[in-house]
Design a binder for this molecule. Sequence first.
Ligand code: FE2
Length: 387
Amino acid sequence: MSAEIKNLKDLQNVEYSLEKLFSDAEDFLPLLGTDYVELYVGNAKQSALYYKTAFGFQSEAYAGLETGLKDRVSYVLKQDKIRLVLTTPLTSDSPINEHLQKHGDGVKVIALWVENATKAFEETTKRGARPFMEPTCEEDENGQVIRSGIYTYGETVHIFVERKNYQGIFLPGYRKWESHYNPEPTGLKFIDHMVGNVDWNEMNTWCEFYKKVMGFAQIISFDDNDISTEYTALMSKVMSNGNGRIKFPINEPAEGKKKSQIEEYIDFYNGAGVQHIAVATNDIVATVSAMRDRGVEFLYVPETYYDDLLERVGDIEEDIEVLKQHGILIDRDEEGYLLQLFTKPVVDRPTMFFEIIQRKGAQSFGKGNFKALFESIEREQESRGTL
Ligand code: FE2
């Protein structure tokens, strides 16, 4: 841009070039969506039964000894747009064992669907990402898939999946998983966001990683000043990619009266990792009651939570009595409101859990519920004289 600016049109061209430069810079990693989430688990066969029975996932694909794998087995489950992969090692020398020993069952891979996995790898490693998997082409009679991968917080990785030339069920090497046991779905639609817990003072480092390495932008933040300082125990920032399809809130522990729940996670997971997977539904009452009937345990919401609900969130379409009956939480922001509920940890260590969320305009993450939940628990304690 060394040419002289002689008139308004030139100036407009300069502006246009700058704008283009800026959007190109942000678009170096176009993401089409979440491709799959892979959990390393101690016993994939039994975990698969849990996610089918309790969450309503459907049998989708399978790879193991019968398909030529020697060292591990993977079950792929699906519900609407959500794909879960459950992987267990079959041999004692598999590196997956180390992961399990250290972290217990948990999310290893957040796979992202891309147009070009080679370019995604080049662009991110060029910006400082630690490589996990060089671009690799896998093929079978249904076509080819190219995958590559980088590390994010802890031992969690992002795998970029390019599947435009593939027509198979999941990935090359997998076969359709036929099962006679097919419980009904519970209405889970897609992954709304996935939250990472990182260690003390590391939130900004990882937000910077998503900004610099993956071109994300920060959309929301809240710290201990936003919530009751007496009870708050975490700080959070939400990073989003350009089209908003991928949202990663990052939490770090904060000092509070009690031990931070984030610190507890870090202790039991032995480091940073995925805290919760938030899945969207169009009917949270139906989804939550179906899941509860099938054995999912949700976080306990004291009845006192609903006492000041209307003052806090204003008018809502739902019957508060019904929400109360199901223990569903509500929060409002400038754009609308949301309904949400958290499961208890779905594994034995107090680490990973799920969130069920229904958005009615709101684009935030339920910040108001932290305070409201803490306060209602406090009211209960007060009534018992244990505060
Ligand atoms: Fe969440």
